[in-house]
Design a protein around this ligand. Sequence first.
Ligand code: ADP
Length: 312
Amino acid sequence: MKNIFLFGECMIELMTASNDATSNMLKQSFAGDVFNTAVYLKRTFPHVKVRLVTAVGKDNFSLDMIKYFESENIDTDLVFQSESKIPGLYSIQLDDQGERSFTYWRENSAARTVMDFIDESATDILTSGDMFFFSGISLAVIQPEARASFWQKLVQLKTAGVKIVFDPNYRARMWKDKEETIQAYEQAFKLADIALPGVEDFDSLYGINSVEGVIDFCQSYGISELVVKNGPASVITILDGEKELHQVTPVKTVVDTTSAGDSFNGVYLGARLADASIAESVDKASKAAGFVIQHKGAIAPKALFNDFVQQL
Ligand code: ADP
Protein backbone atom coordinates (compact mmCIF):
# COMPACT_ATOMS: atom_id res chain seq x y z
CA MET A 1 0.00 0.00 0.00
CA LYS A 2 1.38 3.41 -1.00
CA ASN A 3 1.50 5.95 1.77
CA ILE A 4 1.69 9.71 2.06
CA PHE A 5 2.18 12.05 5.00
CA LEU A 6 0.59 15.50 4.88
CA PHE A 7 2.02 18.09 7.26
CA GLY A 8 -0.04 21.12 8.28
CA GLU A 9 -2.79 22.65 10.36
CA CYS A 10 -6.48 21.86 10.60
CA MET A 11 -8.66 24.55 12.17
CA ILE A 12 -12.12 24.91 13.57
CA GLU A 13 -14.19 26.63 10.86
CA LEU A 14 -17.19 28.87 11.60
CA MET A 15 -19.26 29.77 8.58
CA THR A 16 -22.39 31.88 8.12
CA ALA A 17 -25.16 29.30 8.16
CA SER A 18 -27.62 31.16 5.96
CA ASN A 19 -27.48 33.48 2.96
CA ASP A 20 -29.37 36.11 4.96
CA ALA A 21 -26.69 38.69 5.88
CA THR A 22 -28.66 39.77 8.97
CA SER A 23 -28.58 36.25 10.45
CA ASN A 24 -25.87 35.51 13.01
CA MET A 25 -26.23 31.74 12.86
CA LEU A 26 -22.90 29.97 12.35
CA LYS A 27 -22.17 26.44 11.21
CA GLN A 28 -19.11 24.78 12.74
CA SER A 29 -16.82 22.53 10.76
CA PHE A 30 -13.11 21.73 10.36
CA ALA A 31 -10.76 22.73 7.54
CA GLY A 32 -7.22 23.77 6.58
CA ASP A 33 -5.37 23.54 3.27
CA VAL A 34 -3.31 20.40 3.93
CA PHE A 35 -6.21 18.67 5.69
CA ASN A 36 -8.49 19.44 2.71
CA THR A 37 -5.89 17.90 0.41
CA ALA A 38 -5.79 14.77 2.61
CA VAL A 39 -9.58 14.42 2.51
CA TYR A 40 -9.86 14.61 -1.28
CA LEU A 41 -6.88 12.30 -1.78
CA LYS A 42 -8.34 9.60 0.48
CA ARG A 43 -11.90 9.93 -0.86
CA THR A 44 -10.64 9.47 -4.42
CA PHE A 45 -7.93 6.88 -3.77
CA PRO A 46 -9.04 4.81 -0.75
CA HIS A 47 -6.17 2.36 -1.26
CA VAL A 48 -3.55 4.98 -0.45
CA LYS A 49 -2.67 5.25 3.25
CA VAL A 50 -3.13 8.92 4.15
CA ARG A 51 -1.63 10.29 7.36
CA LEU A 52 -1.93 13.79 8.71
CA VAL A 53 1.03 15.18 10.68
CA THR A 54 -0.22 17.89 13.02
CA ALA A 55 -0.86 18.84 16.63
CA VAL A 56 -4.21 19.50 18.28
CA GLY A 57 -5.14 19.81 21.96
CA LYS A 58 -7.03 17.71 24.49
CA ASP A 59 -10.18 19.86 24.52
CA ASN A 60 -13.51 18.71 23.12
CA PHE A 61 -13.03 20.50 19.78
CA SER A 62 -9.74 18.64 19.35
CA LEU A 63 -11.36 15.32 20.19
CA ASP A 64 -14.12 16.03 17.65
CA MET A 65 -11.49 17.02 15.12
CA ILE A 66 -9.68 13.70 15.57
CA LYS A 67 -13.02 11.88 15.16
CA TYR A 68 -13.59 13.86 11.97
CA PHE A 69 -10.17 12.80 10.61
CA GLU A 70 -11.09 9.21 11.37
CA SER A 71 -14.50 9.57 9.70
CA GLU A 72 -12.58 10.51 6.53
CA ASN A 73 -10.32 7.44 6.97
CA ILE A 74 -7.28 9.61 7.60
CA ASP A 75 -4.74 7.92 9.89
CA THR A 76 -4.08 9.79 13.11
CA ASP A 77 -0.97 8.09 14.50
CA LEU A 78 1.01 11.30 13.87
CA VAL A 79 -1.70 13.64 15.16
CA PHE A 80 -0.16 14.79 18.43
CA GLN A 81 -2.06 16.25 21.37
CA SER A 82 -0.59 19.23 23.20
CA GLU A 83 -1.25 19.40 26.96
CA SER A 84 -1.75 23.16 26.98
CA LYS A 85 -2.72 24.34 23.47
CA ILE A 86 -5.96 24.24 21.54
CA PRO A 87 -6.70 24.31 17.77
CA GLY A 88 -6.74 27.48 15.68
CA LEU A 89 -10.07 28.87 14.50
CA TYR A 90 -11.31 30.90 11.55
CA SER A 91 -14.58 32.35 10.40
CA ILE A 92 -16.01 32.96 6.94
CA GLN A 93 -18.53 35.78 6.80
CA LEU A 94 -20.63 37.05 3.93
CA ASP A 95 -21.23 40.76 3.45
CA ASP A 96 -24.33 42.36 1.88
CA GLN A 97 -22.91 41.71 -1.61
CA GLY A 98 -22.22 38.06 -0.86
CA GLU A 99 -18.44 38.70 -0.71
CA ARG A 100 -16.61 36.42 1.71
CA SER A 101 -14.19 37.62 4.36
CA PHE A 102 -11.97 35.49 6.58
CA THR A 103 -10.93 36.16 10.18
CA TYR A 104 -8.31 33.97 11.87
CA TRP A 105 -7.43 33.14 15.48
CA ARG A 106 -4.44 30.89 14.97
CA GLU A 107 -1.38 32.69 16.41
CA ASN A 108 -1.24 30.43 19.45
CA SER A 109 -2.61 27.19 18.03
CA ALA A 110 -1.48 23.69 18.97
CA ALA A 111 -0.42 23.07 15.35
CA ARG A 112 2.32 25.70 15.71
CA THR A 113 4.08 23.37 18.16
CA VAL A 114 4.01 20.27 15.94
CA MET A 115 7.80 20.17 15.51
CA ASP A 116 8.14 19.64 19.30
CA PHE A 117 6.58 16.21 18.76
CA ILE A 118 8.67 15.04 15.80
CA ASP A 119 11.19 12.95 17.73
CA GLU A 120 13.28 10.07 16.43
CA SER A 121 10.47 7.54 16.47
CA ALA A 122 8.15 9.92 14.57
CA THR A 123 10.95 10.56 12.08
CA ASP A 124 11.39 6.80 11.60
CA ILE A 125 7.70 6.50 10.76
CA LEU A 126 7.95 9.44 8.33
CA THR A 127 10.87 7.84 6.49
CA SER A 128 8.60 4.90 5.62
CA GLY A 129 6.43 7.15 3.42
CA ASP A 130 6.34 7.35 -0.36
CA MET A 131 5.59 11.08 -0.24
CA PHE A 132 5.70 13.93 2.26
CA PHE A 133 3.49 16.91 1.42
CA PHE A 134 3.63 20.39 2.94
CA SER A 135 2.57 23.87 1.85
CA GLY A 136 3.62 27.46 2.29
CA ILE A 137 0.90 27.66 4.92
CA SER A 138 2.40 24.69 6.82
CA LEU A 139 5.73 26.54 6.79
CA ALA A 140 4.21 29.79 8.03
CA VAL A 141 2.40 27.92 10.81
CA ILE A 142 5.43 26.29 12.46
CA GLN A 143 7.39 28.56 14.77
CA PRO A 144 10.26 30.29 12.92
CA GLU A 145 12.79 28.84 15.39
CA ALA A 146 11.56 25.32 14.55
CA ARG A 147 12.17 25.71 10.81
CA ALA A 148 15.84 24.66 10.97
CA SER A 149 14.80 21.37 12.50
CA PHE A 150 12.06 21.02 9.87
CA TRP A 151 14.65 21.32 7.04
CA GLN A 152 16.87 18.76 8.78
CA LYS A 153 13.99 16.30 8.93
CA LEU A 154 13.21 16.90 5.25
CA VAL A 155 16.80 16.12 4.30
CA GLN A 156 16.53 12.88 6.30
CA LEU A 157 13.31 11.93 4.55
CA LYS A 158 14.64 12.78 1.12
CA THR A 159 17.78 10.73 1.77
CA ALA A 160 15.55 7.82 2.77
CA GLY A 161 13.82 8.03 -0.64
CA VAL A 162 10.62 9.84 0.38
CA LYS A 163 9.43 12.22 -2.36
CA ILE A 164 9.14 15.76 -1.02
CA VAL A 165 6.10 17.65 -2.34
CA PHE A 166 5.63 21.41 -1.93
CA ASP A 167 2.75 23.76 -2.77
CA PRO A 168 3.88 27.37 -2.13
CA ASN A 169 0.31 28.49 -1.20
CA TYR A 170 1.41 32.01 -0.20
CA ARG A 171 -0.59 33.88 2.47
CA ALA A 172 1.12 37.24 3.01
CA ARG A 173 -0.51 37.97 6.35
CA MET A 174 0.98 34.84 7.93
CA TRP A 175 4.55 36.05 7.39
CA LYS A 176 6.56 38.86 9.00
CA ASP A 177 7.59 40.13 5.56
CA LYS A 178 8.34 38.87 2.05
CA GLU A 179 12.02 38.42 2.86
CA GLU A 180 11.17 35.84 5.51
CA THR A 181 8.94 33.94 3.06
CA ILE A 182 11.45 34.04 0.24
CA GLN A 183 14.16 32.62 2.50
CA ALA A 184 11.94 29.77 3.69
CA TYR A 185 10.66 29.00 0.17
CA GLU A 186 14.25 28.87 -1.10
CA GLN A 187 14.86 25.88 1.18
CA ALA A 188 11.54 24.31 0.21
CA PHE A 189 12.21 24.56 -3.53
CA LYS A 190 15.74 23.19 -3.05
CA LEU A 191 14.38 20.08 -1.36
CA ALA A 192 11.20 19.54 -3.40
CA ASP A 193 10.94 16.63 -5.85
CA ILE A 194 7.43 17.70 -6.85
CA ALA A 195 6.15 21.31 -6.77
CA LEU A 196 2.56 22.41 -7.34
CA PRO A 197 2.66 26.21 -7.63
CA GLY A 198 -0.16 28.51 -8.70
CA VAL A 199 0.65 31.48 -10.94
CA GLU A 200 -1.23 33.85 -8.58
CA ASP A 201 1.07 32.99 -5.64
CA PHE A 202 4.13 33.77 -7.70
CA ASP A 203 2.69 37.10 -8.77
CA SER A 204 2.10 38.32 -5.23
CA LEU A 205 5.38 36.99 -3.81
CA TYR A 206 7.95 37.33 -6.59
CA GLY A 207 6.17 39.59 -9.10
CA ILE A 208 6.28 36.70 -11.61
CA ASN A 209 2.95 36.65 -13.43
CA SER A 210 3.38 34.24 -16.34
CA VAL A 211 3.47 30.47 -16.58
CA GLU A 212 6.84 30.70 -18.35
CA GLY A 213 8.21 32.83 -15.53
CA VAL A 214 7.08 30.29 -12.91
CA ILE A 215 8.61 27.44 -14.92
CA ASP A 216 11.95 29.24 -15.29
CA PHE A 217 12.03 30.00 -11.59
CA CYS A 218 11.25 26.42 -10.53
CA GLN A 219 13.54 24.79 -13.07
CA SER A 220 16.51 26.63 -11.60
CA TYR A 221 16.02 24.36 -8.55
CA GLY A 222 16.03 21.10 -10.50
CA ILE A 223 12.54 20.03 -9.39
CA SER A 224 11.84 16.82 -11.33
CA GLU A 225 8.03 17.09 -11.43
CA LEU A 226 6.47 20.51 -11.79
CA VAL A 227 2.74 21.21 -11.99
CA VAL A 228 1.81 24.85 -12.60
CA LYS A 229 -1.84 25.69 -11.85
CA ASN A 230 -3.13 28.60 -13.85
CA GLY A 231 -6.72 28.81 -12.52
CA PRO A 232 -9.41 27.99 -15.08
CA ALA A 233 -6.99 28.68 -17.97
CA SER A 234 -4.71 25.63 -18.03
CA VAL A 235 -2.32 23.39 -16.16
CA ILE A 236 1.26 23.04 -17.38
CA THR A 237 3.44 20.15 -16.30
CA ILE A 238 7.11 19.36 -16.70
CA LEU A 239 8.27 15.84 -15.87
CA ASP A 240 12.02 15.28 -16.20
CA GLY A 241 12.23 18.16 -18.68
CA GLU A 242 9.22 17.09 -20.77
CA LYS A 243 6.60 19.85 -20.97
CA GLU A 244 2.85 19.26 -21.46
CA LEU A 245 -0.06 21.70 -21.64
CA HIS A 246 -3.38 20.49 -20.22
CA GLN A 247 -6.69 22.21 -20.90
CA VAL A 248 -9.12 22.87 -18.06
CA THR A 249 -12.87 22.86 -18.74
CA PRO A 250 -14.07 26.06 -17.06
CA VAL A 251 -17.00 25.64 -14.68
CA LYS A 252 -19.95 27.88 -15.60
CA THR A 253 -21.43 28.39 -12.15
CA VAL A 254 -18.69 28.75 -9.59
CA VAL A 255 -20.20 28.72 -6.07
CA ASP A 256 -17.10 28.89 -3.87
CA THR A 257 -13.47 28.56 -4.98
CA THR A 258 -12.25 27.58 -1.50
CA SER A 259 -10.20 24.40 -1.76
CA ALA A 260 -9.84 24.40 -5.59
CA GLY A 261 -6.07 24.09 -5.29
CA ASP A 262 -6.29 21.74 -2.30
CA SER A 263 -8.61 19.27 -4.01
CA PHE A 264 -6.51 19.47 -7.18
CA ASN A 265 -3.38 18.61 -5.15
CA GLY A 266 -5.02 15.72 -3.30
CA VAL A 267 -6.38 14.03 -6.40
CA TYR A 268 -3.22 14.68 -8.41
CA LEU A 269 -0.94 13.16 -5.77
CA GLY A 270 -3.30 10.22 -5.20
CA ALA A 271 -3.34 9.50 -8.92
CA ARG A 272 0.46 9.70 -9.11
CA LEU A 273 0.76 7.33 -6.14
CA ALA A 274 -1.58 4.99 -8.02
CA ASP A 275 0.90 5.14 -10.94
CA ALA A 276 -1.35 7.16 -13.26
CA SER A 277 0.37 9.19 -15.99
CA ILE A 278 0.80 12.94 -15.63
CA ALA A 279 -1.97 13.63 -18.17
CA GLU A 280 -4.43 11.31 -16.46
CA SER A 281 -3.55 12.67 -13.02
CA VAL A 282 -4.06 16.29 -14.14
CA ASP A 283 -7.32 15.37 -15.83
CA LYS A 284 -8.74 13.76 -12.68
CA ALA A 285 -7.41 16.56 -10.46
CA SER A 286 -8.92 19.31 -12.63
CA LYS A 287 -12.27 17.54 -12.75
CA ALA A 288 -12.26 17.13 -8.97
CA ALA A 289 -11.39 20.81 -8.43
CA GLY A 290 -14.13 21.75 -10.91
CA PHE A 291 -16.60 19.71 -8.85
CA VAL A 292 -15.48 21.14 -5.51
CA ILE A 293 -15.90 24.78 -6.61
CA GLN A 294 -19.54 24.09 -7.38
CA HIS A 295 -20.11 23.45 -3.67
CA LYS A 296 -19.97 25.70 -0.64
CA GLY A 297 -17.11 25.35 1.87
CA ALA A 298 -13.74 23.64 1.79
CA ILE A 299 -15.04 20.09 2.04
CA ALA A 300 -17.76 19.07 -0.43
CA PRO A 301 -20.48 16.75 0.93
CA LYS A 302 -19.09 13.21 1.15
CA ALA A 303 -21.92 11.34 -0.58
CA LEU A 304 -22.01 13.77 -3.53
CA PHE A 305 -18.25 13.67 -3.91
CA ASN A 306 -18.19 9.87 -3.74
CA ASP A 307 -20.83 9.70 -6.52
CA PHE A 308 -18.66 12.04 -8.56
CA VAL A 309 -15.59 9.82 -7.98
CA GLN A 310 -17.48 6.85 -9.46
CA GLN A 311 -17.66 8.71 -12.79
CA LEU A 312 -14.07 9.95 -12.67
P1 ADP B 1 -5.97 27.93 -5.76
O1 ADP B 1 -5.99 29.40 -5.97
O2 ADP B 1 -6.92 27.40 -4.71
O3 ADP B 1 -4.59 27.31 -5.65
P2 ADP B 1 -6.39 27.64 -8.60
O4 ADP B 1 -7.18 28.83 -8.98
O5 ADP B 1 -4.96 27.56 -8.97
O6 ADP B 1 -6.58 27.29 -7.06
O7 ADP B 1 -7.15 26.38 -9.20
C1 ADP B 1 -6.74 25.06 -8.91
C2 ADP B 1 -7.33 24.18 -9.97
O8 ADP B 1 -8.76 24.23 -9.90
C3 ADP B 1 -7.00 24.63 -11.37
O9 ADP B 1 -5.75 24.08 -11.77
C4 ADP B 1 -8.16 24.08 -12.17
O10 ADP B 1 -7.93 22.72 -12.47
C5 ADP B 1 -9.32 24.18 -11.20
N1 ADP B 1 -10.11 25.39 -11.41
C6 ADP B 1 -9.93 26.61 -10.84
N2 ADP B 1 -10.87 27.50 -11.26
C7 ADP B 1 -11.65 26.84 -12.13
C8 ADP B 1 -12.80 27.17 -12.92
N3 ADP B 1 -13.34 28.39 -12.89
N4 ADP B 1 -13.35 26.21 -13.71
C9 ADP B 1 -12.83 24.96 -13.73
N5 ADP B 1 -11.77 24.59 -13.01
C10 ADP B 1 -11.17 25.49 -12.23
